[in-house]
Design a protein around this ligand. Structure first.
Ligand code: ADP
Ligand code: ASP
Ligand code: MG
Length: 454
């Protein structure tokens, strides 16, 4: 497939397709857009949370009622009367399957329901508007291996499948609709790309078809210097690099999923974040070499986290301590967000999501048991709860002398205590750990600090 096709990809997030009014707004945007176009849709806001909350018979029953209400209301309002019976029957058939999951395979099937219903409903509402649209099944396009939930994408298979399906669909349709977030494994079972993964679907598809741009439509004007819902001082960033946005996303700027940038790193495709409710605004362009990137720093947060510290005089100069600690965390399948070691080597601290902290601490306790009893090489494994990571990201930070000083002075002035510090060796980011209760104060202090540029 050649780049001359200049396919564009639009991804609509959950808030953009929340209800019939929003879906009609999306249909309007698509009607005005250039074709050929691939639409990646999320489930309506709240649906995946609802599905994830199903743990027993009772939650399954109330979810079915809720799902039926929302999807049938959508079908009755956005789809042509002649299509309504067929789509309502599809909703009914899918909802029959809702029950408490017993395995990750069941969980993936359950979690996929929102997107797998939304894609055909959106395609039908586009057809109702006279647009030649077709829904494609994401499970037959995006191939993963490994875990059922958040598996690894098998890019060569995925790319071939997408190219073939799009080429076929283009013969008769100008718009193709794909459910985000869901995928399938080699055995044909349903899998997912992990929570918030629809952005990732959009860039996987965009890379496969060599799209000129992938537009992520959401509920804010683009990437800001901090979450604009919580920080009035946050300002919009017109252009940003792939690396910088990936770093900010990894450290909590949820406006775009951190994996979204990967598939596009070696491509000519750029990404744009746009506001569904303010489509005339230019949004944020994510590209290889931003021309209009100012020097503002982005402040993002991961909250709540737990800091685990392994300490003891017996650790000084003993090779293999870090390997032992991180080996046991890795074996427990826990993701380490941040690491800091005191230069005296008396202690190593690492930070994990609160939800994974119990597994992390018990793994370390078990694996270091010998070292704790053995001449007290390790004399403490301590845990700090109710903590948060605040990360300051900025490509421009590299070599900007004094920036760390300005950040820490700003925090000192508002009385925020910094518990752990780590700077990426690329000098793209500085991460600090503070009490959860101090996150807002810390973020505002950094945003308002001299030299952070916002
Ligand atoms: P969608 O449903 O469209 O995927 P998300 O809720 O996943 O939307 O992402 C959009 C939200 O990201 C915004 O409403 C905003 O609150 C949040 N957000 C967090 N950090 C940032 C940031 N730095 N810039 C913009 N939005 C941010
Ligand atoms: N619906 C999925 C979720 O809520 C995927 C997404 O919206 O990106 O996680
Ligand atoms: Mg999102």
């Amino acid at each position: 497939m050649g780049p001359t096709l200049a396919i564009r990809v639009y991804k609509f997030g959950g808030t953009s397709v929340r209800d019939a009014i929003r879906v009609m707004g999306v249909v309007q945007l698509i009607a005005q857009a250039r074709q050929p176009l691939i639409i990646v849709t999320s489930a309506p806001a709240g649906i995946t949370d609802l599905l994830q909350g199903i743990t027993d018979h009772a939650t399954a029953q109330s979810a079915v009622t809720n799902l039926a209400d929302r999807f049938l209301a959508l079908v009755s309002e956005v789809v042509a009367p002649s299509h309504q019976r067929q789509l309502s029957a599809l909703v009914g058939r899918q909802l029959e399957k809702v029950r408490a999951p017993e395995s990750d395979a069941d969980r993936a099937k359950l979690m996929s329901l929102g997107e797998s219903l939304m894609a055909p409903i959106l395609a039908a509402s586009l057809q109702h508007r006279g647009i030649r649209a077709v829904a494609l099944d994401a499970r037959e396009l995006i191939c993963t291996d490994g875990a059922y939930l958040g598996g690894r994408v098998v890019f060569d298979v995925t790319t071939k499948r997408i190219q073939a399906a799009v080429e076929r669909a283009l013969a008769h349709h100008g718009v193709m609709v794909v459910g985000g977030f869901i995928a399938g494994n080699a055995a044909g079972e349903t899998t997912t790309l992990g929570r918030n993964g629809s952005d990732y679907t959009a860039s996987i598809v965009g890379a496969a078809v060599e799209a000129d741009e992938v537009w992520i439509w959401t509920d804010v004007d683009g990437i800001y210097t901090a979450d604009p819902r919580h920080h009035a001082a946050a300002t919009l960033i017109p252009e940003i690099s792939f690396r910088e946005s990936a770093e900010a996303a990894y450290f909590g700027a949820k406006v775009v999923h951190p994996f979204t940038m990967w598939p596009l790193l070696d491509s000519q495709t750029s990404l744009r974040i746009k506001n569904t409710l303010r489509p005339d605004q230019p949004g944020t362009l994510i590209c290889h070499e931003p021309e209009r990137r100012g020097s503002q720093l982005i402040v993002s947060t991961v909250d709540p986290v737990v800091v685990v510290t392994v300490g003891g005089y017996g650790l000084v100069g003993v090779p293999g301590v870090a390997a032992k600690v991180f080996g046991s965390i890795a074996a427990a399948g826990v993701n380490v967000l941040m690491i800091s070691q005191s230069s005296s080597e008396h202690n190593i601290s690492f930070v994990v999501h609160e939800r994974e902290s119990e597994s992390a601490v018990s793994a370390v306790n078990m694996d270091l048991a010998g070292w704790i009893s053995d001449e007290h090489r390790v004399d403490r494994i301590s845990v700090i709860k109710d903590a948060a990571i605040v990360t300051v990201v900025g490509e421009d930070m590299r070599g900007r002398v004094g920036i760390a000083g300005q950040i820490f002075s700003a925090l000192g002035e508002v009385g925020v205590n910094v518990m752990v510090i780590a700077q990426g060796s690329s000098e793209y980011s500085i991460s600090i750990v503070v009490k959860s209760a101090d996150v807002r104060l810390a973020t505002d202090a950094i945003l308002n600090a001299k030299g952070t540029g916002s």
